[in-house]
Design a protein around this ligand. Structure first.
Ligand SMILES: O=C(O)CCC(=O)C(=O)O
Ligand SMILES: [Fe+2]
Length: 216
């Protein structure tokens, strides 16, 4: 029997880390892929960042709201150009995503979502285990996946190693990590080329993480 016969609800992978499969309807996925294409054309474009030790990331990335590079945010792009403003739709998706994952929207006084990183993975791209720690606010990170599925490794807050849980993130899935899991190490050991919905017309995987920078 195919597992697709069962409509999976939210699953808590670790305290404060919740996976909601199939959260984005197909038309919302299409709209987001179109927006990602527009955002990736600039300013800034899709960059493969250089790591402090010299290697290049295999993932291509564009920043919205604040510019991220290993390992800091800045207000403008390296050339001095302004970063593309944080799109209102991503603020709404972050709010609704927190509500869907936790069963309650962010509290009134919660820090404002103001930055998003758009990651593009071709079939060979991956992301090593890391913490999202450049933010100064403790709001949950809201992650949306589009296109090819991937293995998302969600670990512990101590180090890059076990214990961790491997979760398959598919197109339209929501993953929220906050509270005791906000500083958990996580990464993408591999994608699964050719597994995205054909109608998206996307060769590869896009991931959008929406965050509160706390940088004001
Ligand atoms: O691609 C993903 O699912 C995770 C991306 C991520 O961890 C990040 O952008 O910091
Ligand atoms: Fe991350």
């Amino acid at each position: 029997m195919s597992e697709a016969l069962f409509e999976a609800g939210p699953t808590e992978v670790a305290p404060g880390a919740v996976h909601v499969p199939g959260w984005l309807r197909p038309d919302a996925q299409t709209e987001l892929v179109d927006l990602c294409r527009r955002w990736s054309r600039g300013p800034g474009g899709m960059l493969r960042h250089r790591m402090p030790r010299g290697g290049e990331m295999s993932v291509r990335m564009t920043s919205l709201g604040w510019f991220w590079r290993p390992y800091a945010y800045s207000r403008s792009l390296p050339g001095g150009e302004a970063v593309r403003p944080f799109p209102r739709i991503l603020g709404e998706l972050a709010h609704d995503g927190v509500a869907a994952a936790y069963g309650a929207p962010p509290p009134e006084e919660a820090p404002e979502y103001d930055v998003a990183l758009v990651n593009f993975y071709d079939g060979d791209a991956r992301m090593g285990m890391h913490q999202d720690r450049e933010e100064e606010a403790d709001a949950p990170v809201v992650s949306l996946s589009l296109g090819d599925a991937c293995v998302f490794r969600f670990g512990n807050t101590e180090n890059r190693n076990r214990p961790y849980t491997d979760v398959v993130l598919r197109s339209g899935d929501l993953f929220v990590f906050g509270g005791p899991s906000r500083m958990a190490y996580h990464g993408v050991p591999r994608t699964m080329p050719g597994t995205g919905p054909a109608e998206l017309g996307l060769d590869g995987r896009l991931n959008i993480t929406i965050r509160a920078s706390g940088l004001g």
